[in-house]
Design a protein around this ligand. Structure first.
Ligand code: HEM
Length: 65
């Protein structure tokens, strides 16, 4: 799952794209505030205090199909 609990890499998905947040200190152990990595978080994004600019410095590593 790469949710921060199983493998070294930590991935999240948003709006059809997959991002590697392994090196983000904000996603340590796969947890970002109330949110867990390893899944599509598109629906949970409405709870975030930030907009989509948080993805600007992240490069998508894949597409969710
Ligand atoms: C309770 C909900 C949430 C809170 C309180 C929260 C809070 C934050 C904060 C404070 C930052 C740092 C912004 C900055 O650099 O100034 C951040 C970054 C980020 N957030 Fe959230 N967030 C929430 C939900 C989400 C969700 C649901 C997603 C994914 C769909 C998400 C994805 C990200 C990403 C990708 C970053 C950038 C990480 C990095 O660059 O290292 N956040 N968030």
């Amino acid at each position: 799952m790469r949710n921060g609990q199983d493998m070294d890499e930590i991935w999240i998905s948003y709006n059809g794209k997959i991002y590697d947040v392994t090196h983000s200190r904000l996603w340590k152990n796969g947890k970002h505030y109330a949110h867990w990595a390893g899944q599509d978080l598109s629906d949970e994004f409405k709870d975030a205090p930030h907009q989509e600019w948080v993805f600007e410095k992240l490069t998508p590593i894949g597409l969710l199909i």
